[in-house]
Design a protein around this ligand. Sequence first.
Ligand code: PAF
Length: 289
Amino acid sequence: MKIIHKPNDLRSEIEKLKNTKGLSVGLVPTMGALHDGHLSLIKKCVKENDIAIVSDFVNPTQFGPNEDYAKYPRTLEKDSALCSEAGVDIVFAPAPEDIYDEYYFKHKETTLICPPYDVVNKLCGKSRPGHFDGVCTIVGKLFNITKCNRAYFGKKDAQQLFIIKKMVKDLYFDLEIIGCPIVREEDGLALSSRNTYLTAESRNLALNISQALFKAKELFDKGIKEADTLIDTALSYLEKPGLEAEYVEIVAQENFEKIDTLNKKAVMLIAAKVDSHEAKIRLIDNIEL
Ligand code: PAF
């Protein structure tokens, strides 16, 4: 397995492999701090492609000024060992300066991919203005650098996956986006790199998020189709000291617009903040209905 830092080095390596042997390229974009959720995407990517690339880059443009960019876990050595074990061919681990130019560092502005306002400024985008512009920009850059045939994303970031699929369609990126199921701990907690911030106590509180989703699904399976009833039930799990629901919403899978009655494929999404030490840890999760 190769670890490559410079975009142009990655480009030439891939072009060499692709052109001489006509091989397919799969990409798993990550911000590192790999866990079993990432590994499920990585294993699928390795299985389905001749060349499997994992990008490991904490992308500054998707973090707001008061978010955890500086303290986001950076564990390249451990991540590389996991990738190597999983059969990955290349880990792409650029520095911010390899991806963004001097203009960005001087003016804090760069060329961005900006999906429509209403798509990015709801749900997670409401409390994280600019977040999805940053995500689309880095993902677009990674698609252009790797010219991958397939890219793998987790369904835990459901809004991100929806927006990336839209970007690929709108901008005619020539690749397939593959959404992969959420991976959970045995007790239901969705795997997330931010779980490393949780204490035993706050982890217990965080469990209410998945429990709220499971309960809503149970009621839905019993025939309850009114979004408000399902949302109120979910909210009752989140009304606990130390837990603060940012949103609980139900949207149609086809367009991510709110629905009142679940007469088409839907998804319930939750974002909540959990008190842990002095900090509030923001977690997201969702369930398809
Ligand atoms: O989901 C993530 O980890 C990030 O948003 C992504 C897609 C790697 C872009 O930085």
